[in-house]
Design a protein around this ligand. Structure first.
Ligand code: FAD
Length: 576
């Protein structure tokens, strides 16, 4: 984009410049009067997004390390786990928001209310669109962190424009407004019985934690507040339906939890439509195929007054663009692939990282099988029955055989470099007999490669959760802190293969601490090795976990007052 850039020094004021010409913003400190430092020696760290990943990262940095710039179209951090509560008025949406300006003050950083559109890798520039005037400008970086979250996966279904999503604060407000307007419209004398039933039919497509929690919150609203406010609406006129493609809801949770949730919802007369796939969304009804117990497929329709689409994750505009620009290195259609140091695979110079929902760590042990075997032969003198000075030839690799117990050792070696490899290791051990067809107790190289390829295709991606984004942000923040001064402090011999990230830090390792979900005056906890579920006590425990996890004291205080307010006066059911 060189011909589009305007030298920063020739601009007055620095942002604004001549109409329609993108501007290069070289040094934000010089026009930010609140900033006291103008240290040109500091590296420019640009963070895209201000969600879970970005905020956890920011918290690890200190003032003197980088010239930090956060770019995001939203100027607040959103506490997403409680978003379903805001969608029905249990909590005020502002309770869940924390200003990014408060958060970046701790690192003397800058915030740009703008949207990243593209990364110019060779120039180390980000093309950014201002949210107010839609003008473009360029921001340079030395290190870039992509933490822009994801969008919902549309699974190729037509008519999603008629559905609602629940990802942002605006989404929560729109759902709340639509819910309450439907109730108001249902009470009008001009509304027919059939129309009233349609208005009061709430359909949720997708029974992951978000879909389930929204259904539970709508159920609470209907039972706790509406009889008092809308006495003319009969409970049996209101219906909640959950459409789920698999045979269980919350299918990533322990089976006992999933069964408990299904029982609970059936008792609450929430209509669970499992083994059902949505074909199309029409303006007034959802069309889906349901597989019956005898295997027959039946096409069905449900009229709706509000339909929520909450099925899986996909790339957003920026990450799709990045993924396309980095082809053929990027192969995943749902997220940007990183290595175990969270560096975007294929991006030049190794200084672009991706964290949170927009990314996934690649398990590519199948592709690197030959490298691993080469290293393994080198490390094991007993296997290498030959002169040390000789190079390992292709024939050595082709004739290589590994025993089952040696395979365990090889997998543990790989696991040190890849956060998903622990899962891969267990899978490889399970699959070994399948590839050792003659039961010789050994695997040939070609079978080992096939086994690793199967492991790659089976190992599940890291979960798209706040928990993972938080852990990755924290890990990367700590590493970037070390890297801030690494160039001066690191002696060349500490850096192997030119990999400075590897020299300052171990690869990222995800630790699953458990998952929770709210089910309407009850909650479930899927903890490693334990499953807990139950009524009110579990619900209060669920509240306390999120209360403790909130990012700021402000959010905690407001959350507490909202719960008290709701306890005394009921949910906020006024719409503007
Ligand atoms: P996000 O938190 O989504 O942040 C993305 C940021 O990027 C936003 O600030 C956005 O404005 C910005 N952005 C987007 N595009 C651009 C662009 N082009 N340029 C610059 N910035 C951009 N997880 C749990 O662990 N537990 C839960 O109970 C839970 N409940 C959830 C309930 C709901 C309703 C939802 C929607 C999610 C829930 N999650 C939960 C998932 C969790 O919210 C996500 O995994 C988490 O937010 C991911 O963090 P992130 O930093 O990757 O992205």
């Amino acid at each position: 984009p060189k011909n589009l850039l305007i030298p920063f020094d020739s601009l007055n004021p620095p942002i604004g410049g001549p109409e329609n010409l993108p501007i290069l913003v070289k040094n934000l400190d010089s026009y930010d009067s609140s900033s006291k430092i103008t240290d040109m020696k500091k590296k420019k760290l640009v963070i895209l997004g201000c969600g879970w990943g970005a905020v956890s990262l920011l918290r690890q940095l200190s003032k003197d390390e980088y010239d930090v710039t956060v770019i995001s179209p939203t100027n607040y951090f959103l506490f997403t786990p409680m978003l379903p509560c805001a969608a029905v008025g249990t909590l005020d949406i502002k309770t869940l928001m924390e200003s990014i300006r408060t958060l970046i003050n701790t690192v003397n950083g800058h915030y740009l209310h703008a949207k990243a559109e593209r990364v110019e890798f060779s120039e180390k520039l980000i093309k950014v669109q201002d949210m107010e005037t839609s003008k473009y400008f360029y921001v340079p970086y030395d290190k870039l962190v992509v933490a822009v979250g994801c969008t919902s996966n549309n699974h190729g279904v037509k008519g999603l424009e008629y559905t609602h999503r629940l990802k942002t604060a605006e989404d929560a407000l729109t759902i709340r407004r639509k819910l309450l307007r439907n109730f108001e419209q249902a009470c009008l004398p001009t509304t027919s019985d059939a129309e009233r039933k349609k208005l009061l039919s709430f359909v949720v497509c997708g029974a992951g934690p978000t879909g389930v929690e929204v259904a539970a919150e709508i159920f609470d609203l209907i039972n706790e507040d509406l009889p008092r406010l809308y006495p003319k609406i009969l409970r049996q006129e209101v219906s909640i339906h959950i459409i789920q493609s698999r045979s269980h809801i919350l299918n990533t949770y322990d089976k006992k939890i999933s069964e408990y949730a299904m029982d609970r919802f059936s008792n609450d007369s929430i209509d669970l439509l499992v083994n059902s796939r949505v074909n199309e969304i029409l303006p007034d009804r959802v069309v889906f195929n349901q597989k019956k117990e005898n295997g027959e497929i039946e096409q069905r329709e449900i009229p709706y007054g509000l339909c929520l689409w909450s099925t899986g994750i996909g790339l957003n505009d920026l990450t799709k663009q990045l993924s396309d620009d980095l082809k053929p290195f990027q192969r995943n259609k749902r997220a940007l692939e990183t290595d175990s140091h969270l560096r975007v695979i294929g991006a030049p110079y190794g200084d672009i990282y991706a964290i949170g929902d927009c990314s996934t760590v690649r398990t590519d042990i199948g592709d690197h099988c030959e490298d691993y075997v080469r290293q393994f032969i080198l490390n094991h003198k007993s296997i290498r029955e030959r002169d040390e000075s000789k190079l390992i030839t292709d024939a050595d690799i082709k004739n290589f055989e590994i025993t089952h117990s040696q395979l365990k050792g090889l997998c543990s070696e790989i696991a040190k470099h890849n956060p998903l490899a622990l899962e891969a290791l267990l899978l490889a051990e399970e699959l070994v007999s399948k590839y050792d067809k003659e039961n010789t107790g050994k695997l040939k190289f070609k079978d080992l490669k096939l086994l690793f390829k199967e492991v790659d295709s089976k190992v599940t991606a890291l979960p798209a959760t706040a928990q993972r984004a938080h852990q990755e942000g924290k890990y990367l923040g700590k590493k970037l802190s070390k890297l801030a001064f690494a160039d001066e402090n690191f002696l060349q011999h500490d850096i192997h293969n030119g990999d400075i990230d590897d020299a300052v830090s171990k690869p990222f390792k995800y630790k699953h601490l458990g998952s929770l979900a709210y089910l309407g005056n009850s909650a479930v906890f899927d903890l490693p090795g334990h499953s807990l579920f139950g009524g009110l006590v579990a619900m209060y425990l669920w509240r306390s976990v999120y209360f403790a996890q909130s990012v700021s004291i402000r959010i905690r205080v407001l959350m507490f007052f909202d719960w008290v307010k709701r306890g005394i006066f009921g949910r906020d059911t006024v719409t503007v």
